[in-house]
Design a protein around this ligand. Structure first.
Ligand code: AMP
Ligand code: MG
Length: 509
């Protein structure tokens, strides 16, 4: 039983000690040139109440549940030294200047054995980087972050984690669809955790403003603590370090494609230097397979961040990271090697991923064709991605009737095309796919948009049972869990098709 208190953990403040910071303390929104952070205290909230708790994350930290006063930022213990990180970023392809933690405040880092974890409160008030907003978060988006980050972890996908969700006892006003209908919503704070919350944009801001001294200190810091097996003493070493970031980023995106996750806002400020899925906003999960789908209504015109674009956007963002490191290079043209490596390594991860999803013993170059054919068929059918791959992981003969349940409209199945593809696949796997392995790559349960919405609807009425049930369910996404099958192994219900929060999401949170 973990019995430690948050206050008794070993707190560090390495980032504050070793990178340049703001001399001013406090949270009036402003430009803070040349620094990596500003000290700021979380806002005090009227009635912090613990609502969701990750017993697994707590176990890793070795702490007990409760302590709302700390998890809401109402109290700061000795050792904590709260700050907001400064970063910039390209938003939807355009340089946006200084952004930074506008509604996130890091309490500090804790050392647990070999690891260090940064603990950050999301939604605890104004910081110098809040621009025009209030620094708060609503229950709706906090539940989405809590459930999805824990679900991603259990899917085996690199992600920031969540420890707790606390409601604050105060209302926050939001205009959910930005259409002139502001309304009060319950406020909440998630305590999220990662090795660090350093982003591509954390480096970019210094290069874009010509602060190369700050850039060097930040890079030195990042490599020293987070990539200790690397160094930046010459161009080749820098490239090696950057290649590792390419590898992690590509792997993360290949995993997103595997499970049908669409991040929704892949701005460079939302790209973790560790290749962690970060900043859960208007993300969504593919139900009816569609490479052109994006959950983010703000992006519904250009669809820059649609499902099928994510690998390409990963490269674009990575190229911005490379540019931001270029002032440290003697021969910046060498950075092309790193970008080429991203493409290579993405292809490697992507092939491996498809091979596993389809039960190949090994991926061959001829397999491109069977995959392209499948992708086209999925695109042209109204078919549920998760259910299709899961059923494929247990069918005993190549017959479309055995995956019928995955189709949204059973009247409109392209039977001949499907049977022809299934037969092709069946002979590729010699009539004997390793379905046990396939089931480890094709989850049965993911956090479908309407599932999260049901948890939110209940929680807004003080009922957290749905959120807790989903939290438990999604700890074992690859297991059959037959007791939940009828309820959660389901296609999108009719009511969710056009509902805000399910098919339409915005950045409002
Ligand atoms: P996002 O698109 O959520 O990653 O946020 C983009 C930028 O807006 C980041 O710098 C956030 O910190 C900031 N931001 C988002 N929501 C708020 C808010 N409620 N208050 C202050 N800043 C915010
Ligand atoms: Mg963000």
């Amino acid at each position: 039983m973990a019995t430690e208190s948050l206050t008794s953990l070993k707190w560090l403040s390495r980032f504050l000690d070793e990178t340049p910071g703001d001399k001013v303390i406090g949270g009036i929104p402003r430009q803070v040139p040349g620094v990596c952070w500003s000290r700021v205290n979380p806002a005090v909230v009227p009635k912090p109440t613990l609502r969701l708790w990750s017993n697994e994350m707590a176990k890793e930290l070795g702490i007990r549940a409760g302590e709302e006063e700390f998890l809401s930022g109402n109290k700061i213990s000795s050792g904590m030294d709260p700050y907001a990180q400064r970063y910039g970023g390209h938003q939807f392809g355009n340089w946006a200047g200084q952004l930074g933690d506008g509604r996130a405040i890091t309490l500090g880092e804790v050392e647990i054995g070999e690891n260090t974890f940064e603990l950050q409160l999301k939604g605890s008030g104004v910081t110098p980087y809040s621009r025009f907003a209030d620094g708060k978060a609503v229950l709706r988006s906090s539940i989405r972050e809590f459930l999805c980050s824990e679900a991603m972890y259990h899917l085996g996908i690199q992600t920031t984690r969540a420890l707790s969700l606390v409601t604050t006892g105060e209302n926050v006003v939001r205009d959910i669809m930005y259409n002139g209908n502001p309304a009060p919503e319950q406020g909440a704070i998630v305590c999220r955790i990662a090795q660090s919350f350093i982003r591509f944009g954390t480096f970019q801001i210094h290069t874009m403003t010509g602060n190369y001294d700050a850039l060097r200190k930040l890079v030195d810091y990042t490599v020293k603590y987070h990539f200790p097996e690397h160094s930046i003493e010459n161009d080749n070493k820098i490239i090696d370090w950057l290649k590792e970031i390419a590898d992690e980023t590509a792997l993360m995106i290949a995993h997103w494609m595997r499970v049908g996750f669409v991040h929704g806002v892949m701005n460079t400020d939302n790209m973790s230097i560790h290749g962690l899925t970060i900043d859960y906003g208007p993300y969504g999960w593919i139900e009816d397979f569609d490479l052109n789908w994006t959950p983010n209504t703000t992006d519904s015109g250009r669809k820059r961040y649609k499902f099928g674009n994510q690998a390409h956007i990963g490269a674009w963002n990575y190229a911005r990271l490379l540019e931001s490191i270029s002032p440290l290079m003697d021969r910046p043209e060498k950075l092309h090697q790193a970008l080429e490596y991203y493409y290579e390594v993405y292809e490697k991860h992507n092939n491996l991923m498809w091979g596993r999803k389809l039960g190949f013993e090994q991926f061959n170059s001829e397999d491109d064709e069977i995959i392209t054919e499948l992708s086209n068929l999925l695109q042209n059918s109204e078919i549920d991605m998760t259910i299709f791959f899961r059923l494929l992981s247990s069918i005993k003969k190549p017959d479309v009737n055995d995956v019928k349940f995955a189709f949204y409209n059973e009247e409109k199945i392209l039977e001949d095309e499907w049977n022809s593809w299934l037969n092709r696949w069946w002979s590729r796997v010699n009539g004997n796919p390793d379905q046990e392995k396939m089931r480890q790559s094709n989850p049965k349960y993911v956090l479908r948009n309407w599932m999260a919405q049901l948890a939110i609807d209940a929680a807004e009425k003080q009922d957290y049972s749905v959120a807790n049930e989903l939290y438990e369910l999604l700890k074992l996404p690859y297991e059959e869990q037959l007791e939940y099958e009828e309820k959660w192994f389901q296609k999108r219900p009719e009511w969710a098709k056009n509902r805000v929060g399910c098919s339409m999401l915005s950045c409002s949170s």
